[in-house]
Ligand binder design. Structure first.
Ligand code: ZN
Length: 203
């Protein structure tokens, strides 16, 4: 968030380990056996648990965001889910899927309260642009870089908060029905962060 707040998923490493264990157990069971069926059910339950935790989290955070929004606008980053699907690993795709779900629920809740949700252009370089001077630092493309210093103006940036500030500015350039020109930016930290829980459900 441009306010400097960050939301990250609860730690799911406990469940991640359990999933791995259950996957291993399942693979050892004989095909068609009763034990295999039991193992399959246990695994399905463990997946469900993780999905439930994530959904709870999404509902809580989106609730907080829309209820604390006093100005009627929220800017979110648009991520190309289909593009993600074609390239790269499943884990990344699942990250994006969660992000997609997050946005869907956020948009739905915002609408109910009459808050407008603005999607930033997917080619908008929110992470790489210095929110102070506007310099585009290509090196920041690397998701591993969480903090960086602008080589031009020397401003120190937290990756996600800088991105959120850029999204807030981006919102200013979009003509929308209502004033005043203030809003809550929500960046894709959720999707970008290597959150354990999201990786977990890939097994
Ligand atoms: Zn700068």
């Amino acid at each position: 968030m441009s306010t400097g707040e960050k939301y990250s998923l609860p730690d799911l490493s406990k469940y991640e380990n359990k999933l791995k264990r259950l996957h291993r157990q399942l693979s050892r069971k004989q095909k068609g056996s009763k034990n295999r069926e039991k193992a399959r059910l246990r695994l399905a339950k463990a997946y469900e648990k993780i999905i439930n935790i994530k959904n709870d989290w999404i509902h809580k955070v989106t609730h907080k965001i829309v209820n604390e929004n006093q100005v009627g606008k929220i800017v979110v980053e648009d991520i190309n889910i289909n593009g993600m699907m074609k390239n790269s690993k499943l884990s990344k795709y699942i990250h994006m899927q969660s992000w997609g779900k997050f946005i869907t629920i956020l948009t739905y809740k915002a609408k109910n309260l009459g808050i407008e949700v603005i999607k930033a252009d997917r080619f908008f370089q929110s992470s790489q642009t210095c929110s102070v001077c506007g310099y585009v630092n290509k090196e920041v493309k690397d998701l591993k870089i969480r903090k960086w210093v602008c080589p031009i103006c020397k401003a120190e940036h937290d990756r996600d908060i800088n991105a959120a500030k850029n999204l807030a500015k981006y919102g200013l350039t979009i003509p929308v029905g209502r004033g005043p020109f203030e809003f809550t930016p929500v960046d894709s930290a959720l999707a970008a962060e290597p959150a354990k829980g999201l990786r977990a459900i890939t097994g």
